[in-house]
Ligand binder design. Structure first.
Ligand SMILES: [Zn+2]
Length: 482
C-alpha cells in the first residue's frame, strides 16, 4: 500500500459534520504538518512553518520592545534540579522524558529533557544576580520543549513543540506582577492584531495554575466548535523558584532579599488556534498577517496566450512585492479549478484569476477567502490598493471571529442552562471557587473554568453548581477546552 498522500484540491470532511476529522484532515491536506514516526511528535512542513515564522517575528518584536533579551539555555536539565521546587516537579513528573543512558553507558545522574526552563534559568539567575542593580533581569528563550503526550493532537498537544519562554527576576512583588501583565498584554495583542483571534485575558483559578506559580493568567480563544483554547500563559512565581534556587540580591541597605520571578509562554499551539478560529468547510482561512502568500495569482490559458498571462501575472506579483505584499504566481501544471480549490484549502486571503480576455480588458477576477466573494476589478491601480484591502480583510477576519464568540457566549443562572451552554460555547457564571466543585462540574459536563476575565463587573451571588456563596467577586468563564 502506498503511503503517499493525495495532493490538495480533494477537500476535507465538512467542519459541521465532524470537527475533529475536519481538523486532522486539514492539517495534513493543507500541508501544514505531518505526524512524526514517534507517537505525539509532529513534522512542521514549510507552509506551516512559514506561518510560525510570521508569528515569531511579530511576537519577538514585542518581546524586545518591552526590554527583554533573547538567550539560549541547554535542552538537558539535571533531574535533581527539577526536584528543588516541589509543586513544579509534581506537576510535570507524568510528562517528563528522562535520559538515563548516553555515550554508551548509564548516566550517574539522570537528565530531563526540558518540559520548560524555570529550573535551569533559575540556576543561572542565582549566579548572575548579586545586587539590586542587576534587576530587573528580563530574559526570553526561543526553543523546543518536550512533554510526553498520551493523547496527542498536531499543534494542540504534541510531545515536542516550539515556543518562546520568558523568564524574569524582580526586586519585589509589584514589579513582578506588572511584568506578568505586560507579557499577557502582548499575547493578547498578537492574538488579536496578528492572528485575528479575539481572546479573553484573565486569571486562572487555583486548580488550573501552572505548577509552582502563585498566580497564572491566560488568554482564552473560542474555536468554531465552541471549545476554548488556552493560547498563551503568564505566571507570577512569587519567591518559590527564588527560594529553590537561591535567587537573591543585596538590597540598597545591604540586606539579602529573595527575588520575585515570572515566566510566560506562547507556542506552536497558536497555529492550531488559527486553524480552528477561522477555518470553514472549504479549509483554512488565514488572516493576511499570518498568510505565507497573501495574494495568489492563478494564470489561465493555453499555449502562447498562457505565456502572455504568466508574464503579466509575474509583473503584477513584482508590483505587489514592491508594496510589501507577499504575492505568489501559481504556475503548476494543473487545472485552474484544482488551483482554486487548493488555495481555498490553504486559506490564501486573496486569489486573482487572470486569463487572456481579462488581460485584453485590463481586468482580473478577485476572490476573497474570508467571505467567498468574487468581483472583476481593473488591473490598473490594483497593486496600490492591495495593502489597504489586506488590512480590511484582516479586520473582517477578526470581526467575524468576535461575532461568533459573542453569539456563543452567554451568562447563565441555573444548572440546566449551564449544561446546555457549555455544550455549545462559553458560559459566564458565578462559582464558589472550591476545587471539588470544579472537579464535579468537569466530571458531569467536561467543562472547566477557563479564566476569571480581567475588567469584568463586580458581582456576587451563589455558585452555579452547589449554591455556596460565589468567590472572586465576579463571573468566570467555563467551557470545554482543548
Ligand atoms: Zn460550587
Amino acid at each position: 500500500m502506498s503511503t503517499k498522500q493525495a495532493g490538495g484540491g480533494k477537500g476535507v470532511t465538512p467542519q459541521s459534520e465532524d470537527f475533529s476529522a475536519w481538523y486532522n484532515e486539514l492539517v495534513v491536506k493543507a500541508e501544514l504538518a505531518d505526524r512524526g514516526p514517534v507517537k505525539g511528535t509532529m513534522i512542521i512542513r514549510p507552509y506551516g512553518y512559514r506561518i510560525w515564522e510570521l508569528l515569531v517575528a511579530e511576537l519577538d518584536a514585542r518581546i524586545k520592545a518591552t526590554g527583554h533579551d533573547n538567550a539560549y539555555f541547554p535542552l538537558f536539565i539535571p533531574e535533581a534540579d527539577l526536584r528543588r521546587e516541589a509543586d513544579h516537579v509534581e506537576g510535570f513528573a507524568p510528562e517528563l522524558a528522562v535520559v538515563t543512558q548516553a555515550g554508551g553507558k548509564e548516566l550517574e545522574e539522570p537528565l530531563v529533557v526540558r518540559p520548560t526552563s524555570e529550573t535551569i534559568i533559575g540556576r543561572s539567575m542565582a549566579k548572575w544576580i548579586t545586587s539590586h542593580r542587576d534587576l530587573p533581569l528580563l530574559l526570553n528563550q526561543w526553543a523546543n520543549v518536550v512533554r510526553w503526550e498520551l493523547r496527542p493532537r498536531i499543534f494542540l498537544r504534541t510531545t515536542e513543540f516550539l515556543w518562546q519562554e520568558g523568564h524574569t527576576a524582580h526586586a519585589d512583588r509589584d514589579e513582578a506582577l506588572a511584568e506578568m501583565r505586560t507579557a499577557l498584554g502582548f499575547y493578547e495583542e498578537v492574538a488579536r492584531d496578528v492572528a485575528a483571534m479575539p481572546v479573553v485575558p484573565g486569571e486562572k483559578t487555583p486548580g488550573e495554575r501552572f505548577a509552582g506559580a502563585e498566580q497564572t493568567f491566560s488568554i482564552e480563544g473560542m474555536m468554531r466548535d465552541g471549545r476554548a483554547l488556552q493560547a498563551g500563559t503568564s505566571h507570577y512565581l512569587g519567591t518559590n523558584f527564588a527560594t529553590a534556587f537561591d535567587i537573591t540580591y543585596a538590597a540598597s541597605d545591604g540586606s539579602l532579599t529573595l527575588c520575585h520571578t515570572t515566566s510566560w509562554g506562547m507556542s506552536t499551539r497558536m497555529i492550531g488556534g488559527v486553524i480552528m478560529t477561522h477555518g470553514d468547510d472549504k479549509g483554512l482561512v488565514l488572516p493576511p498577517r499570518l498568510a505565507p502568500h497573501q495574494v495568489v495569482l492563478v494564470p489561465i490559458g493555453r499555449g502562447e496566450a498562457l505565456d502572455a498571462v504568466v508574464a503579466a501575472a509575474r509583473d503584477l506579483a513584482a508590483d505587489l512585492s514592491a508594496r510589501g505584499v507577499r504575492a505568489h504566481v501559481d504556475t503548476r501544471d494543473a487545472s485552474p479549478g484544482f488551483k482554486f480549490n487548493d488555495w481555498e484549502l490553504k486559506g490564501a486571503p486573496v486569489r486573482l484569476e487572470l486569463g487572456p480576455r481579462d488581460l485584453e480588458a485590463g481586468t482580473t477576477v478577485l476572490a476573497r477567502r474570508v467571505d467567498g466573494s468574487k468581483e472583476t476589478v481593473p488591473l490598473a491601480g490594483l497593486a496600490d490598493s492591495m495593502p489597504a484591502l489586506l488590512e480590511e480583510l484582516q479586520q473582517r477576519t477578526l470581526d467575524r471571529a468576535r461575532e461568533f464568540r459573542d453569539a456563543n457566549t452567554a451568562s447563565v443562572e441555573d444548572w440546566d442552562s449551564f449544561v446546555g451552554q457549555v455544550a455549545e460555547g462559553f458560559a459566564s457564571v458565578l462559582h464558589c471557587g472550591r476545587p471539588d466543585c470544579e472537579d464535579d462540574i468537569k466530571a458531569v459536563t467536561a467543562a472547566t473554568p477557563r479564566c476569571i476575565p480581567i475588567g469584568w463587573p463586580e458581582e456576587t451571588g451563589t455558585c452555579i453548581r452547589c449554591d455556596a456563596p460565589s468567590a472572586y467577586g465576579q463571573r468566570l468563564l467555563f467551557a470545554r477546552a482543548y
